[in-house]
Design a protein around this ligand. Structure first.
Ligand code: HEC
Length: 151
């Protein structure tokens, strides 16, 4: 092989390697995004929980946290659109095998969080706690179907 061919080969190989690192990064970037979104859902739920548990006079904040959850649940499918189980992920392959059900589960969270935002405006603390439970069940429902149990 002459030098010119070797140089071309090296360039082609490095391009190939570069392309594969790029796509690996892309995969883990999607996982990073969807997990960050989930963490934020957890943070919103934790904030509402702290208000309820400690009986803080912050009904309006509950409505805002619930509205944030409603917005975030609309972002949820885009976080999972890319099928990847790359890196550290607890997502189950069922997410992509049952994509329509997965999206429906995200919509259920959206619907119940919207209801919580409404109840927080007008309802009693008891109503709010009840609706918080309904909302929490939609998180748990999706996790049961689409998140692998912790190993
Ligand atoms: C449509 C399905 C779905 C809904 C609805 C859903 N989750 Fe998740 N959640 C998942 C999946 C799948 C994972 C695993 C993601 C991964 O590891 O790639 C996850 C992971 C998480 C994690 C761990 C994130 C991390 O650090 O890795 C938290 C916290 C979480 N969810 C909280 C919530 C809360 C709170 C709600 C409700 C307000 C909720 N989720 C609603 C599917 C859902």
């Amino acid at each position: 092989m002459n030098k010119k061919y070797v140089a071309v080969l090296v360039v082609l190989m490095s391009l190939g390697l570069f392309a594969s690192t790029l796509s690996a990064q892309e995969d883990s970037a999607y996982v990073e995004y969807r997990q960050a979104l989930m963490k934020s859902l957890g943070t919103q739920m934790g904030s509402i929980g702290a208000i309820l548990k400690n009986r803080l006079p912050m009904k309006e904040n509950i409505a805002s946290h619930a509205s944030i959850i409603a917005i975030e649940s609309e972002l949820l499918p885009s976080g999972f659109e890319k099928e990847t189980l790359a890196g550290k992920t607890e997502a189950s392959p069922a997410v992509w095998q049952q994509w329509e059900q997965f999206k429906a589960a995200a919509m259920a969270t959206g619907k119940e969080s919207q209801k919580l935002a409404d109840v927080a405006g007008s309802g009693s603390m008891g109503d709010i706690a009840g609706q918080m439970k309904n909302l929490g069940m939609t998180c748990g429902g999706c996790h049961k179907a689409f998140r692998k149990p912790k190993s």
